[in-house]
Design a protein around this ligand. Sequence first.
Ligand code: SAM
Ligand code: SF4
Length: 465
Amino acid sequence: MSVSVTNYIDEAAIARTLEETGRSDAARVREILEKAREMKGLEPSEVAVLAAVSDPELLGELFHTAREVKETIYGRRLVLFAPLYVSNLCSNDCAYCAFRASNRAIQRRVLSQEEIAEETRLMVDQGHKRLLLVAGEAYPREGFDYVLKAIDTAYSVRGEKGEIRRINVNVAPLEEAQFRRLREKNIGTYQIFQETYHRETYRKVHPRGPKADYDWRLGAMDRAFTAGIDDLGVGVLFGLFDWRFEVLALMQHIEHLEKRFGVGPHTISVPRLEPATGADLASHPPQPVSDLAFRKIIAILRLAVPYTGIIMSTRESADIRRETFALGVSQISAGSRTNPGGYHDGPREEEAGQFSLGDHRSLDDVIRDVAELGYVPSFCTGCYRLGRTGADFMDLARPGAIKAHCEPNALSTFREYLRDFASAETLRAGEAAIARSLSDMEPAVRKRAEAMLERVGAGEDDVYC
Ligand code: SAM
Ligand code: SF4
């Protein structure tokens, strides 16, 4: 087992930076926004200045700049996925989570491999191609092999009109050898959220179980990288501690990964605490994050790490989700269930979920909404299947070349969805979104996209470049 040094989260330095930059003038804020437009990222002190902005005019400029950067790098694409909860067994006692060990208010359930196949089939039949496998930190008798088998099972399912093409995984931190085995399963991204980078708060809300060890969790990304998984997702559970501190600490974590491995995380998740059955703290966040602050967080992250994807889950309401698409979000979940067996059992079982959902709409409804807002829903899984991950992805992403791949891939996978799954209304909205998107493309990219769309129209599946 390797030991990671995790003292790069420097709380005193963060406190100093927040103190020193709290009263910056408008000229300094504008200077930083100007720099952000170069899309090379921001320093911690610059992030802290933006975090302190409260003047409405400057806030407007911050949001405007985030929109520009998002649009330049990601265009109008939004990648779609849904979680697959396989088990709610857990040996930890996280004060905010319904799955915590001492919670007697929920029913425990571990899906069998047959049930996992059935849940996957239901997701495939909705039109999903990307799935995020989620579990509590306790496995049935076979131990961690249960998760490995679950991945094999989900990948093996063939629905009438498709299959899952990318499985991302959100499970408790592993040892390096386990990460190696996970890598062999051909996963997309491994995600783990530190929840809070503030040690004292972390200690209070994680009183028992393996998760009580802050350093073991923080070192997970290092062990995963060392084991060869270079597509990693970090995150903060907002509402536990001061969000300004968390964003700066996240920057320190990212800087550490960039220094040590030459590449930062592929995605950042931004969950906000949502009420959860039998977990009072979740209904009374110690440091609530307002909707305005939440939008600031997304805009600031977009500018600070422009090439890192930002993931928005169905914890948030449809309205908040819509607002944040423009500010920097690049991936969203839709049609989600957070209780094991939830796709089969239906929404009435939602009280057994991990937390309550803010957006209950079906995948079809979300897709139509996204398309009507002018975005292109994407089910693309091209990069990781062509080996464009980690540093290779970043090399491609930085000069903007990724657009030449992502935009045609978004259109071809979107048309595949429309062809196979969409309601008549969604089909109309979707085809209009495709037409708009084609008309905005550079001629060479457009030509490639049109050829790919034609192949999908002729019945070919899984067309990507
Ligand atoms: N059990 C593993 C762990 O804790 O890392 C992995 C899965 S856990 C089910 C996924 C994430 O859900 C956690 O990392 C946490 O950020 C989030 N979560 C837990 N309770 C929540 C709540 N009440 N509201 C919003 N997100 C929550
Ligand atoms: Fe278990 Fe994860 Fe929930 Fe904590 S957040 S109780 S580790 S499932």
